[in-house]
Design a protein around this ligand. Structure first.
Ligand SMILES: Cc1cc2nc3c(=O)[nH]c(=O)nc-3n(C[C@H](O)[C@H](O)[C@H](O)COP(=O)(O)O)c2cc1C
Length: 387
């Protein structure tokens, strides 16, 4: 695929991308991306828990030729990670969704399209040349969900992610403080924030403020995205109805508990995604990485587990694979990258992560990403987590 993007020369670490995007984006937008729920600490706890897991270098191994190729749910990808679903990504920069889609084709990896995405399912499937997976939340309006499933099936989507950790939307203090809401309300405070970030504001003005396009284009015509709408009235029967309606692969996202995981496996889902929503839901939950080994142990070796929440580097991907994940999803780093320097920023961050992943795979003495297991972790850190 000819997607000729020169990687950003301004970004050398994820922290560079965070700093640059903080500068370039209105505060209200940066905080929407960066923020977590409640005490606003769990996003950071997710990453520092990963960082505390130390790997063990191995020597005298021929690690000249290495491969990062992974197969998950019968799809062959060139890398063991993809792009997590995120709503309203075009807030981070106009056409961010399109950049994610194109970058996913370039790397042959999946990109997940949020139900609340700012680009339609149809356009995302086209831009990503079929690399898109669709994500939905369970809302009370099941009619709309079923319409989306039918629509996704007709477009050609093969994978559905059902996110189940938002039965109630958690409060995010930074959003409240900044007056961030959807539909947007622009008062004097927001106006000033936009005026202080003219590059973003002018681009966004030219392209039009992002809208939840899957709702806007709904055939029932009556669907309006209300972020704070209650999603609580769902139960295990809802899962069964979704399983019956969706014949493609089904991933259940937002699992932090082994009993839930086993019940989901027994209900006929194809995979679970261990995640605490990047610390955006239950603020007092454990770091997602610490929930992973026990879930892997209880669910058995074969059942596919995808992992997200806190991944910031190639080493983090190795850590999560070593703790029992089969595949990883990146969240905020994509938004920081695009916020920092658009498609060039995204190319640079993905390059950094994959180069580090390949280098560090060799430094722990392996040549094939599929051979990663708990033995790459220094003993002190894995003695309690064997599975
Ligand atoms: C700005 C933003 C929007 C998100 N929107 C969604 C969404 O629409 N659907 C969903 O399942 N998860 C959503 N998530 C959660 C991500 O899919 C993922 O679980 C999380 O970002 C992983 O944590 P990390 O970003 O710290 O790596 C969102 C996350 C962020 C940061």
């Amino acid at each position: 695929m000819n997607y000729n993007i020169q990687p950003s020369t301004k970004i050398h670490t994820i922290d560079d991308a965070i700093k640059l995007s903080k500068k370039r984006l209105p505060k209200l937008v940066f905080d929407f991306i960066d923020g977590a729920s409640g005490d606003d600490k769990l996003a950071e706890i997710n990453s520092s828990a990963l960082n505390q897991i130390r790997l063990e270098p191995k020597v005298f191994k021929n690690v000249e030729n290495r491969t990062l190729k992974k197969t998950i749910l019968d799809f062959d990808f060139d890398l063991p990670f993809g792009f997590a679903p995120m709503g309203m990504t075009n807030l981070s920069w106009p056409e961010a969704d399109k950049m994610f889609a194109k970058e996913s084709v370039y790397n042959n990896i999946p990109t997940c399209v949020s139900m609340a995405s700012s680009t339609t399912l149809e356009n995302m499937y086209e831009y990503s040349e079929g690399h898109s997976w669709m994500q939905i939340y369970i809302f009370q309006d099941e009619e709309f969900i079923m319409e989306l499933l039918e629509r996704a099936k007709n477009i050609g989507y093969k994978v559905l992610i059902l996110t189940v950790d938002v039965p109630i939307l958690s409060r995010r203090a930074r959003d409240d403080r900044n007056g961030f809401s959807y539909p947007f309300k622009i008062g004097p405070k927001q106006f000033l924030d936009f005026a202080l970030h003219p590059h973003w504001s002018l681009k966004t003005l030219l392209k039009g403020a992002p809208r939840p396009m899957n709702y806007v284009t709904s055939s029932s015509g009556k669907q309006i995205f209300r972020r704070k709408e209650s999603r609580g009235a769902t139960d295990w029967n809802t899962l069964q109805r979704i399983r019956d309606a969706w014949k493609g692969k089904l991933i259940i996202k937002g699992i932090m508990n082994s009993e839930d995981a086993i019940k989901i496996k027994d209900s006929g889902a194809d995979a679970i995604q261990v995640s605490n929503h990047g610390g955006r839901q239950l603020d007092s939950a454990t770091a997602a990485i610490n929930a992973l080994p026990n879930i892997r142990k209880k669910i058995g070796k074969e059942f596919p587990i995808i992992f997200d929440s806190g991944i910031r580097s190639g080493s983090d991907i190795l850590r999560a694979l070593a703790f029992g994940a089969d595949f990883i999803m990146l969240g905020r780093p994509l938004m920081y990258a695009v916020g920092a320097d658009g498609a060039r920023g995204l190319r640079r961050i993905i390059n950094l992560i994959k180069e580090e992943l390949s280098t560090n795979l060799g430094l722990v003495g392996l040549t094939n990403i599929n051979d990663v297991n708990h033995k790459i972790i220094a003993e002190k850190y894995f003695k309690d987590i064997k599975y």
